[in-house]
Design a protein around this ligand. Structure first.
Ligand SMILES: Nc1ncnc2c1ncn2[C@@H]1O[C@H](COP(=O)(O)OP(=O)(O)OP(=O)(O)O)[C@@H](O)[C@H]1O
Ligand code: SF4
Ligand SMILES: [Mg+2]
Length: 357
């Protein structure tokens, strides 16, 4: 079952430098689906277009082209006016996303009232306390009365998550939700998101730079490079046996637990720039790719390399000297359906609560 369908999403930004104008394509025909109870991680280096995709899904920015369709539990399209109930975003910086002058209760009441989920004061108080308990912020009445500066970073991010749940969201887009938190409390917040996804059947798009987190907390991974999705598939397979040379580079650069946190040697070259202009034909990775060949000046379309594994790379095509792919697809081919890998158990059995504050 699908709860969000992203198809051929494009975002062009107009740039001006003196008298010169140009267009930068931050997202180039990005397609995937999200399903209830499943986490998809969106990974890629800085500037690859991850937040641009997130902002378009959260309707903070308008796509240049492409469609985003939300579906309810019966498979019907969610009408435009209800879209914001259905899809909510959790931002990287919990402090910036909360108003320092307002209490936690105020932050949670606003979306509850806006989306018509409470009728009177008693219902409002109960709903606020219930939301806080769902994100493990207790005693709820005490937390509700505090202002953001009276909470720890982890508690603030929990309030931000509770606020995202307030309108009854079925899809949560979390853009680097723990990268600004102290390392010691990150696992607790990630486990909270994993529990909510599991128990409340949420669809989660988790944007992260951290491949280990992506692997342990998600079912599927999408890898973006310079605006394009270059690989997608089950999390373990993508990290342990990358099919795209860029994913191999990312996986090689990730800290290796066996090497006690030291980064492994990176093969390949340094990046030479951000996203390409819309005219950027060919494989965007070819200036860094150790396997680049002549055909790479033509844009590779995603092909299914093993069941449910897709890569946009000529190496996996007969034209590029590889074996024939299982299937070829246009960019509209959807993300591998939810299914095979078991959904994220809480790694290390860490609790999903912070130290009391
Ligand atoms: N409003 C804007 N105007 C012009 N260019 C923009 C705008 N927003 C983003 N960009 C550009 O689009 C590209 C993608 O940016 P985006 O923020 O989506 O990357 P990201 O993958 O989220 O990076 P990071 O991991 O650093 O957060 C970058 O080159 C960025 O400079
Ligand atoms: S299409 Fe060519 S340049 Fe791009 S990743 Fe594959 S081999 Fe490398
Ligand atoms: Mg970003």
């Amino acid at each position: 079952m699908t709860t969000l369908h992203v198809r051929d999403l494009v975002k062009d930004y107009a740039l001006r430098s003196g008298l010169r104008r140009s267009v930068l394509r931050a997202a180039d025909r990005v397609s995937f689906t999200l399903s209830p109870g499943r986490t998809v991680a969106l990974v890629g280096e800085s500037g690859s277009g991850k937040s641009t995709v997130a902002r378009m899904i959260a309707r903070l920015e308008r796509p240049t082209a492409g469609t985003i369709t939300a579906l309810d539990d019966t498979g019907r399209t969610v009408p435009g006016r209800d879209y914001r109930h259905h899809v909510q975003m959790v931002f990287q910086d919990p402090f910036a996303s909360l108003n320092p002058f307002h209490t936690v209760e105020h932050h949670l009441l606003r979306p509850l009232r806006l989306h018509g989920r409470v009728r009177d004061r008693r219902e409002a108080r109960e709903a606020v306390e219930h939301l806080l308990e769902r994100v493990n912020l207790v005693p709820a009445a005490d937390i509700a009365a505090r202002r953001p500066h009276e909470l720890s970073g982890g508690q603030r991010q929990r309030v931000a998550i509770a606020r995202a749940l307030a309108p009854g969201a079925r899809v949560v887009i979390a853009d680097e939700p723990v990268s600004m938190l102290d390392v010691s409390i990150r696992l607790g917040v990630l486990n909270l998101l994993a529990r909510l996804r599991r128990e409340e059947d949420l669809a989660l798009l988790h944007i992260t730079h951290d491949l280990a987190t992506a692997r342990h907390f998600s079912d599927d991974i999408l890898v973006m490079y310079r605006g394009r999705v270059v690989e997608r598939g089950p999390a373990d397979a993508v990290i342990l046996e990358p099919a795209h040379p860029y994913t191999r580079l990312l996986a090689a650069a990730a800290p290796d637990p066996a090497a006690r946190g030291r980064a492994r040697r990176i093969t390949g070259t340094e990046p030479t720039g951000g996203p390409l202009p819309p005219s950027g034909r060919g494989c965007h990775f070819r200036d860094r790719c150790p396997s680049a060949m002549e055909i790479c000046s033509r844009t590779p379309e995603p092909v299914e390399v093993t069941p449910d594994r897709w890569a946009a790379c000529w190496l996996h095509t007969a034209e590029g000297g590889g074996s024939r792919p299982l299937r070829k697809a246009g960019a509209t081919e959807k993300c591998p359906p939810a299914g095979k890998t078991p959904s994220g158990a809480d790694p290390a059995g860490a609790p999903d609560r912070d130290a009391p504050g």
